[in-house]
Design a protein around this ligand. Structure first.
Ligand SMILES: O=P(O)(O)OC[C@H]1O[C@@H](O)[C@H](O)[C@@H](O)[C@@H]1O
Length: 314
C-alpha cells in the first residue's frame, strides 16, 4: 500500500563525507574530509604524524627507527609504567627507561566516528595492550595483569590522546604515564612556553633540584629537561611565537597534572644516534603531559583514565 506522506529517500549526495581509515600491516592512518590526518604505528601505538591546517604538526626524526627495533624518536611515544630510568628497589626496576609501552606491539581494536555535523566530525582509533602481548622479557620484568586501551581522536579541532588503564589481576600495581609529544616548530628561538609561571619544577639538567618557574613566557635557549608539577590540567600549556605573540599549540589535560618540557639542545641531540639531522633540536619542543612525579596506585579490578587534547595554530 502506498503511503501518501512517505518520506523521500535520502540521496547519496545528501550524506556527509565520512572519515577514512586505512589499516596497513604496521600502521593505521585516518583522515577527515576537511584534510586533517593522523598516522599511528602499532609499534608503541606511536602517533608519528598529525596534519592539520595543511601542515605537519609533530616532529619525527629522519633517523627514527620505524621497524620495531627501537622506540620511535618523534611523534607521540607513550611512556608506561615508569618515566625515565626506573628507580632501584621498585617493581619497575628492571624495565628499560620509559617502560615498555613504546616498545611493544599493540593491537588495533577498531575505529569509531562521530558525525553530528561537518564541523565536529571526528574519528577515534583504539589500540590495546595486555600482559600476554608483551615480550617474555617485559612479562618477567613487570608481572602484573593489566589492560591498556589507548585512544587517538582526530577532529577538525585538534588531536586528543587518552589512556585507560585497568588492573585485571589480583595484586595492586603502581604506574606512571606520560604522553611524550614532540611538537614541530619552525624555529626554537621564536618559541615561548606559557602558563608555567610560579609552578614548581624538578630540573633534570641541574641534578634534579627543585625550582619555581619565574617566567610567564619561557624561552628555550639551552638544554631543557624539567618536570613541572601540580598543574591544573584544564589550564592549557600554550606554546607561542615570540615574534607575533600568536599561540602555535595549546595543550589541555585530563587527570595528568605534570608536564615535562624537554629540548636536548646541541650536544645531547648529536649524542642520540636516532636523532637527525643534528640541528633538528631547533625544530622541536617536547611538551609531555603526564603523571610522573608520584605513582598512581591501581587496586585489583580498578581502572584509571587520563589524556591530553592538543589544538594547533589557534
Ligand atoms: O631518549 P629517550 O629515552 O626517548 O628519552 C628522551 C627524554 O625524555 C624526556 O621525557 C626525559 O625527561 C629526558 O630526560 C629524556 O632524555
Amino acid at each position: 500500500m502506498d503511503r501518501s506522506n512517505k518520506p523521500s529517500a535520502i540521496g547519496v549526495s545528501g550524506s556527509l563525507p565520512q572519515p577514512s581509515v586505512s589499516v596497513k600491516d604496521t600502521t593505521i592512518e585516518a583522515s577527515l574530509p576537511s584534510g586533517e590526518s593522523v598516522t599511528v604505528y602499532l609499534y608503541g601505538a606511536t602517533v608519528t604524524s598529525w596534519k592539520a591546517n595543511g601542515q605537519e604538526q609533530l616532529f619525527l626524526s629522519e633517523k627514527a627507527h620505524l621497524d620495531g627495533s627501537k622506540p620511535i624518536r618523534g611523534g607521540i611515544p607513550l611512556v608506561f609504567p615508569v618515566f625515565g630510568p626506573p628507580p632501584q628497589n621498585h617493581a619497575t626496576s628492571t624495565l628499560p627507561q620509559h617502560g615498555f609501552a613504546r616498545n611493544s606491539t599493540w593491537e588495533f581494536l577498531g575505529k569509531s566516528s562521530s558525525d553530528s555535523g561537518p564541523s565536529d566530525l571526528a574519528v577515534k582509533l583504539d589500540f590495546g595492550l595486555t600482559h600476554n602481548m608483551l615480550s617474555e622479557e617485559f612479562r618477567k620484568a613487570w608481572p602484573y595483569e593489566f589492560g591498556l586501551v589507548y585512544s587517538v581522536t582526530l577532529s577538525k579541532d585538534g588531536l586528543a590522546t587518552s589512556l585507560h588503564v585497568t588492573n585485571e589481576g589480583k595484586q595492586n600495581f603502581e604506574f606512571q604515564v606520560l604522553m611524550h609529544t614532540y611538537l614541530k616548530v619552525a624555529d626554537i628561538s621564536d618559541i615561548r612556553v606559557k602558563n608555567l609561571e610560579s609552578k614548581t619544577y624538578v630540573d633534570k639538567v641541574r641534578n634534579a633540584t627543585s625550582h619555581t618557574e619565574a617566567s610567564n613566557a619561557l624561552p628555550i635557549t639551552e638544554e631543557v629537561d624539567r618536570v613541572y608539577q601540580d598543574l591544573n590540567p584544564e589550564k592549557p600549556i600554550v606554546v607561542s611565537s615570540a615574534s607575533d605573540g600568536k599561540p602555535l599549540f595549546s595543550i589541555t589535560r585530563e587527570a595528568l597534572t605534570d608536564v615535562v618540557v624537554w629540548n636536548p639542545w646541541i650536544e645531547k641531540a648529536k649524542g642520540m644516534a636516532d636523532f637527525s639531522p643534528d640541528d633538528a633540536y631547533k625544530n622541536m619542543i617536547c611538551v609531555e603531559a603526564g603523571s610522573v612525579s608520584a605513582w598512581q596506585t591501581l587496586e585489583a579490578g580498578d581502572s584509571w583514565e587520563g589524556g591530553q587534547s592538543i589544538k594547533s595554530r589557534l
